[in-house]
Design a protein around this ligand. Structure first.
Ligand SMILES: C[S@@+](CC[C@H](N)C(=O)[O-])C[C@H]1O[C@@H](n2cnc3c(N)ncnc32)[C@H](O)[C@@H]1O
Length: 457
């Protein structure tokens, strides 16, 4: 039976906002029909003009706020209205934390197994601002402004020229500004997504927690950078803590930021950061949590849930540069880490060696293939820790987790939707979620990270 959609494109409706969506947008209902309203806050009543209508939901934009939330504050960023990077600067930090906890509760209610799971209050970030150790800004050009470097505007590929991003560590702002000046001074061409002509695509900046080291990655659409030595010297003169300049070549006609090939133009192939008492090498292509100070808290929580005594064998699926693996290895008999990016595994092996950790072994490959292989070889871990990308774990991976019969599974997730789906699958496979700790890794944005403890039923 066809249900009647009660809203029409271009019309205005009064909507009471009751929740927050995946990207921090307000969620309300009009005659029981879901309407998403970006920048509207839970508790507010807004007049919204409908901009998109789909079968099961609509999207609207705020025309006026009829009833304002007491937690609504003035955003500090001058480009906040246009920029797509942050979604919650207009919400007090306490309210952001509360809304993120609620988002996890809502997601668990959705899969109907919430009843007896303890969902803790969100752990606040050590830094509310200037927490990002990694910046990835596209580079463009306009007639009016010349070379522009910054975040994409909300839901578009228009670049917002950004001289000061308040969630980036200061070094990354210095890098973005230096690269803008460099591209202008050396008259470098800029890649055009439509014609596929031009050289510079993105700049990626990375820095460590105390900002004593910095890496610039120039992502180019062609292998040759003209006047490259002069460019290296220019960047070195502009970025005082610079320790590495890398060129990444990306000839792909897609939205993926970095290609597979990296060339070191100057300095080191990596920067080094610290988590707890461990040191980590991070190269241009390696995944490393973007909020270092808070990653420490996240991993401490994963370690607490793993509840190791020193006798356990542990698998860390999706291990990146081995961060969680090495945290666990300090308290376990043996840890196996697996990861699909070979460079990250190289870093993980070097990280184990540099930290004098001998009970961690790292495997390169797709977890969906490696896990069943390890199962067939007879590996039966006591604990499994898994920290997959946003899409969550592949079904074969979850099945193998359960077949291995560990006592506990600790699931670290950056996406409550795929997490809820995987918890429901694991529940059917005999693993019950007991506790969830939401952790705020990304203040001012709608994202929430979670650590979940699941026990064998
Ligand atoms: C969210 S990150 C977690 C990394 C690490 N635990 C950390 O905190 O630094 C997910 C990792 O999974 C890796 N990955 C993605 N797909 C994979 C797959 N099919 N098999 C194994 N690893 C994969 C990514 O390269 C990335 O390093």
């Amino acid at each position: 039976m066809k249900t009647k959609i009660p809203v029409q494109l271009g019309q205005k409706y009064e909507i009471k906002i009751t929740g927050m969506g995946q990207s921090g947008e307000g969620v309300g209902r009009y005659e029981n029909f879901t309407v998403f309203v970006p920048y509207a806050l839970p508790g507010e009543t807004v007049e919204a003009k409908i901009t998109l209508v789909k079968k099961n939901y609509a999207t609207g934009e705020i025309v006026s706020i009829i009833e304002k939330a007491s937690d609504r504050i003035k955003p500090i960023c001058s480009v906040y209205d246009d920029c797509g990077a942050c979604q919650l600067q207009h919400y007090s930090y306490d309210a952001q934390l509360h809304a993120k906890q609620q988002k996890v509760i809502d997601m668990m209610e959705h899969i109907a197994i919430k009843k007896d799971i303890i969902i803790h209050p969100t752990m606040p970030s050590v830094n509310e601002w200037h927490y990002r150790n990694k910046m990835q800004f596209p580079i463009g050009r306009t007639k009016k402004d010349g070379i522009i470097v910054g975040c994409y505007a909300h839901s578009s590929h228009n670049i917002i020229n950004t001289e000061m991003c308040h969630i980036q560590k200061h070094t990354n702002n210095v890098i973005a500004n230096a690269v803008r000046e460099m591209a202008t001074k050396f008259k470098l061409s800029v890649y055009d997504e439509k014609t596929h002509y031009g050289l510079l695509r993105h700049v990626v900046g990375r820095t460590n927690r105390d900002e004593t080291q910095a890496m610039v990655v120039l992502v180019t659409a062609q292998p040759k950078i003209p006047r490259v030595r002069e460019i290296v010297n220019f960047l070195r003169s502009k970025i005082p803590n610079l320790t590495s300049i890398v060129q990444n070549i990306n000839t792909g006609r897609n939205n993926i930021i970095m290609g597979k090939e990296c060339k070191i133009l100057w300095g080191s192939s990596h920067i080094t950061d610290r988590l707890g008492s461990l040191k980590f090498k991070i190269s241009a292509l390696s995944f490393f949590q973007v909020n270092t100070e808070q990653a420490e808290k996240l991993y401490e929580c994963a370690l607490k849930y793993a509840n190791l005594t020193g006798k356990e064998t542990v698998i860390d699926g999706y291990c990146g540069t081995g961060t969680i693996s090495l945290f666990l290895a300090q308290k376990a008999k043996k840890v196996y880490g697996m990861e699909i990016v070979p460079e990250a595994i190289r870093d993980a092996i070097a990280n184990a060696r540099d930290n004098n950790i001998k009970n961690a072994e790292f495997l390169t490959g797709d977890a969906a293939k490696l896990m069943p292989q390890l199962y067939r070889k007879g590996l039966r871990p006591d604990v499994i820790v898994t920290d997959p990308p946003r899409a969550g774990c592949a079904p074969e991976v979850l099945k193998t987790f359960a077949a291995m019969q560990p006592k506990r599974i600790v699931y670290v997730s950056c996406n409550p939707a795929s997490l809820a789906r995987d918890i429901a699958i694991l529940d059917e496979l005999g693993y019950k979620a007991l506790e969830i700790q939401p952790v705020d890794m990304f203040p001012q944005t709608g994202h929430v990270e979670t650590v979940v403890l699941l026990n064998k039923k």
